[in-house]
Design a protein around this ligand. Structure first.
Ligand SMILES: C[S@@+](CC[C@H](N)C(=O)[O-])C[C@H]1O[C@@H](n2cnc3c(N)ncnc32)[C@H](O)[C@@H]1O
Length: 383
């Protein structure tokens, strides 16, 4: 960890407060917390967690960069899929975890050009400081769209239209499991003096036990994650959706690839000032913690909830199907504007950047297909 940048004194103080809060939670729970509870606290503890407090997070001055921050063509291209869905279902757009607000701004900007603005653009954002950033962005760049924006504290009871979530599933707290000689154990967090340590013990909940039943056998010592919050979110969304489509964009794999024998340390990743590492105990509250998405689990949850899994592809294929490259047609290839656009677009499309690792999953209820983004190269069969 010595190569990671040193935080400012006030950031260290903030992390210290969260650290004490976590230590108290471990002691109150009898010396052991599931990793999901630890991750929930480090990311979302009110006023202290990474997403619940004021860390910079996105962009060059933050910890990581997401697709909407890389290129406005990401949101402008997604708008084409949004327009197709809304023309079939009517209703609104609901974005989960809208980050800086950039994706909402680009989608609505493009829909306005297409005369396809929805009545409302709802945002469910658990982070108070991100909510404020989203409002400020609209106020500064497209104030005329503000009256369509609605910030929600919880999911609406009923919703029709398009649900969007870019890099949200990877931010949900996951449980950790470790394959041992006598079966699968749960890996949680305890204390040794003032050190946070791993403690493996019997699985803590029946739901997690059930989750392990779907997983392939592994060699002793294999560690990975199970995301129970993702399928639960799908079930809740499915209950509330009358007619519409949900689009989940994130890094991840089908189950067979996720729990591949060679991926024996799992997919847990931490992001701190553009350094990626694997220590979730490093400066709680100052770094993001994520896990890749098991898209088979999400698709299974959708089917169990009575929804149709309508498309699954990598990000590059989806964006090209939605006409990402058409947007460049009017630009002079020798212009600075073209070169700038191409630099962002390459990051979105290249297999070594976001094109292959990032996937798009479409889940629908009462939506006629086919969908623009999956017209070629659909990989539903791989789930
Ligand atoms: C990695 S960021 C992605 C932000 C943005 N979508 C982007 O692409 O830049 C994860 C986002 O998910 C939000 N989030 C986490 N759990 C959530 C939940 N249960 N419902 C809605 N948003 C959630 C976080 O507050 C944060 O805005």
């Amino acid at each position: 960890m010595s190569t990671l940048p040193t935080p400012a004194p006030e950031a260290l103080d903030h992390s210290g407060q969260l650290r004490r809060h976590i230590e108290q939670a471990i002691e109150a729970a009898g010396g052991w917390l599931s990793f999901a509870t630890y991750m929930e606290l480090t990311l979302y503890a009110p006023g202290l967690g990474y997403y619940a407090a004021g860390a910079g997070k996105f962009g060059a001055s933050g910890d990581f960069v997401t697709a909407p921050e890389i290129s406005s063509h990401f949101g402008r291209t997604l708008a084409r899929q949004a327009e197709q869905v809304l023309s079939r279902t009517g209703g609104d757009i609901l974005e989960l975890g809208a980050g800086s607000g950039r994706l909402a701004l680009d989608i609505l900007g493009r829909l306005a050009e297409m005369n396809g603005l929805p009545g409302r653009y709802l945002i469910l954002e658990v982070s108070p400081d991100l909510r404020q950033r989203q409002r400020d962005l609209f106020a500064a760049e497209r104030p005329e769209l503000l009256d369509r924006m609605v910030w929600l504290d919880r999911l609406p009871d009923r919703f029709n239209g398009l649900v969007l979530a870019n890099e949200v599933l990877d931010a949900l707290p996951v449980h950790l499991v470790r394959w041992g000689r006598a079966g699968i154990e749960e890996r949680g967090v305890g204390l040794a003096g003032s050190e946070l340590i791993w403690i493996d013990r019997a699985i803590s909940t029946p739901l997690l036990k059930q989750g392990t039943l779907a997983l392939p056998a592994q060699a002793p010592g294999y560690v990975s994650e199970i995301n129970l919050a993702g399928p639960a979110l799908i079930q809740t969304l499915a209950d509330r959706l009358g007619q519409g489509l949900m689009l989940f964009l994130d890094y991840g794999f089908p189950r067979a690839e996720y729990y591949h024998p060679q991926r024996d340390g799992g997919t847990l990743m931490c992001h701190y000032r553009h350094h990626a590492h694997t220590d979730p105990f490093f400066l709680p509250g100052l770094q993001d913690i994520t896990a890749h998405v098991d898209f088979t689990a999400i698709a299974d949850a959708a089917q169990d909830a009575g929804m149709a899994v309508m498309g699954y592809s990598n990000q590059a294929t989806f964006l090209i199907n939605c006409g990402l490259l058409d947007g460049l047609g009017g630009l002079d290839p020798r212009s600075r504007e073209y070169l700038q656009a191409m630099s962002g677009i390459q990051k979105l499309l290249q297999p070594t950047e976001m094109g292959e690792l990032f996937k798009v999953l479409a889940i629908g209820k009462n939506v006629p297909g086919p969908l623009l983004g999956f017209s070629r190269g659909d990989r539903l069969h791989s789930l």
